[in-house]
Each structure stands twice: as structure tokens, then as C-alpha cells.
Design a protein. Structure first.
Length: 317
């Protein structure tokens, strides 16, 4: 029973790719399932799987799919014993028998989770970059990255492990968002100031917002992690933004006094946004807005930009 042929879904889970990708590799490059039983779907043999592993690795390293397929078909493969049986027993169990739960997220998130368990930085980066290019920052964050990051956190709480996985995935996410930010075409003065709350070290959601703003053509300044309230007030006085986003991931860093200090800044009007699960709605000072998610934070920033553009146009008229 060892090494029984596998379905396309099982192979896709093993490789961390979508089933549609397997179909493309089959139709364009001939890397398809080789076992055929009349009346049944074709199945992937261990040799098929070994060639697809080569294909995935080469494409993740930047080799063109056509060239990668040529090498995959020409390279002799000798699959080790029990390839398929290991897959059936441990589908989604790369990395010491653990899995990263992603809830109802789609195949891309499951594939990313499996690549994360393998510590496969190339596939992680490629998956994130492809999603950003195809779906944009907000959809990628909500549908792909948040489920995986939350799953890693959940597994860490349960096992005290996956620290290496969390660090690698976080670095890959940061690099992908930085690439989006660098490619932004926004010009003019920075109208939005992004900052973590005092002692807050979780920056990825704030980096996601920065990338989404760049994608939308909104200029901003990013101060990053652990910004004391006095330093944030000083930055506001120095740069004169129209809106400040203060991110807090945990309750201990969500001191409403930080927000009150911003509201007391003489330069007005200033929109203060308290973003993140650390803030409690019933403790926020009057006048502070709490966006429910990344999409709403981006919408508020766009509203600020549009309002300033209209004011500037009216003044010129």
C-alpha cells in the first residue's frame, strides 16, 4: 500500500501550490499525473511528485516555468520509500507533525501555511508577492496573511513553539510590503502619520496599512514600533499631518492617555485613529476614531486626502 498514487488535491497540499497551478503545469509543460485507470481521474505517482518538487523549487528560485519544466523532466528521479504514504499520514504536517490552522481561508492560505512549516522562504515570498500583485494589499492581508499569522500565534500559544516560523514569515511579509511601498507613485507632502503605541512591538499590521496607502497613492510617514507619547506629539508638531494612526496589538500598550495627548496638540484639525485589537472602544477619548479593519483605515485615509485636495483646490480658486 506504500506509495499509492495521489490525487491532485493531495499533491497541491504537499507542494504548497494551487490545484490550478498543477493543471497549468500539466497542460503547458507535460508535468501531469501519469497513472490512468479507466473510469477514474488520473493520479500522480511518486515519480510525478518528485518531478513536481523540482519544478516548484526551481520556479521559486526565479527560473522560468518553461526552463524549470525542462529540467524537471530531464532530471532522473528516484523517489524515496513511502512518499505517498507519508503524504497521506502527514498532509499538512510539515515540520514535526504540527499544522498551522487557517480556519476557512482558501487554498492559497493553506499552501502558505505549509510552506511556512517547511521554512521555505522562497515559496513564502513568491506566494505573498503573487497575491499582492493579483489581489492587492487589503485582500491579501485579510484573506491570506491574517489567517496564517493568526494560526501561527494560536499554535505558539498551544505549544510554545513555531518561533522560527513566526520570525521567517514576518520577515517575508515585511519585505513584500516594503516592495509595494517602494513602488508607490504618491507625491506631495505626507498627510498620514503611522505609529505604534508606546512599547508596542507588533508592526506588521501597520506595515500592511502603509503598503495599502502606497498602493492607493496616499503619502505617509512611518515611525514604527515603540514610539513614546511625547515623541509622537513632537513628530506631529514637526510634520503637521492631517491624521495619525496609533496601532496597539495588546491591552498593556493601549493607554488612552497617548490619544488624549494627540488631541491636545494645538495644530488642528487632526484626525486620530486608534487601530488594533488593543484599544477598547469604551475607553477611547471623545473624537478618536477606531477603524474596524484595514479596509476602513484605508478608506478614512483616502477621505482625509480627498478632503485636503478639495480644500486646496478651493483655496486656489
Amino acid at each position: 500500500m506504500a506509495d499509492e498514487p495521489l490525487s491532485a488535491g493531495a499533491v497541491a497540499r504537499r507542494l504548497g501550490v494551487a490545484v490550478t497551478t498543477l493543471r497549468t503545469w500539466h497542460q503547458r509543460y507535460g508535468l501531469g499525473p501519469s497513472q490512468h485507470v479507466p473510469g477514474h481521474h488520473r493520479r500522480y505517482t511518486p515519480a510525478d511528485l518528485a518531478r513536481l518538487e523540482i519544478m516548484r523549487k526551481l520556479t521559486a528560485e526565479g527560473v522560468t516555468p518553461a526552463e524549470a519544466a525542462r529540467w524537471a523532466k530531464q532530471t532522473p528521479v528516484v523517489p524515496g520509500p513511502g512518499v505517498a504514504s507519508r503524504l497521506r499520514a502527514g498532509a499538512g504536517r510539515d515540520g514535526g507533525g504540527q499544522t498551522i490552522p487557517v480556519g476557512r481561508a482558501g487554498p492559497a492560505a493553506r499552501g502558505l501555511a505549509r510552506a511556512a512549516m517547511r521554512l521555505d522562504a522562497a515559496v513564502i515570498g513568491d506566494t505573498i508577492s503573487h497575491a499582492l500583485a493579483t489581489d492587492g494589499v487589503v485582500a491579501t492581508w485579510e484573506g491570506l496573511l491574517r489567517p496564517v499569522l493568526a494560526g501561527i500565534g494560536e499554535r505558539h500559544v498551544a505549544t510554545a513553539g513555531l518561533i522560527d516560523v513566526e520570525h521567517l514569515v514576518s520577515r517575508c511579509v515585511s519585505e513584500a510590503f516594503a516592495a509595494v511601498a517602494r513602488s508607490g507613485r504618491a507625491t506631495g507632502p505626507a498627510r498620514i502619520l503611522l505609529s505604534c503605541a508606546d512599547e508596542e512591538q507588533h508592526t506588521l499590521p501597520l506595515e500592511a496599512l502603509a503598503a495599502a496607502l502606497a498602493e492607493a497613492g496616499v503619502t505617509y510617514r512611518m515611525l514604527g514600533a515603540r514610539v513614546p507619547a511625547a515623541a509622537l506629539v513632537e513628530a506631529v508638531n514637526r510634520t503637521g499631518p492631517a491624521a495619525v494612526v496609533v496601532w496597539s496589538h495588546t491591552r498593556p500598550t493601549a493607554d488612552p492617555a497617548q490619544l488624549s495627548a494627540l488631541l491636545a496638540v494645538p495644530r488642528r484639525p487632526l484626525l486620530v485613529l486608534a487601530a488594533g485589537p488593543g484599544w477598547r472602544a469604551d475607553t477611547l477619548p471623545a473624537g478618536v476614531v477606531r477603524p474596524v479593519d484595514l479596509a476602513e483605515a484605508v478608506s478614512l485615509a483616502l477621505a482625509v486626502r480627498d478632503s485636503l485636495d478639495q480644500s486646496t483646490g478651493a483655496d486656489r480658486a
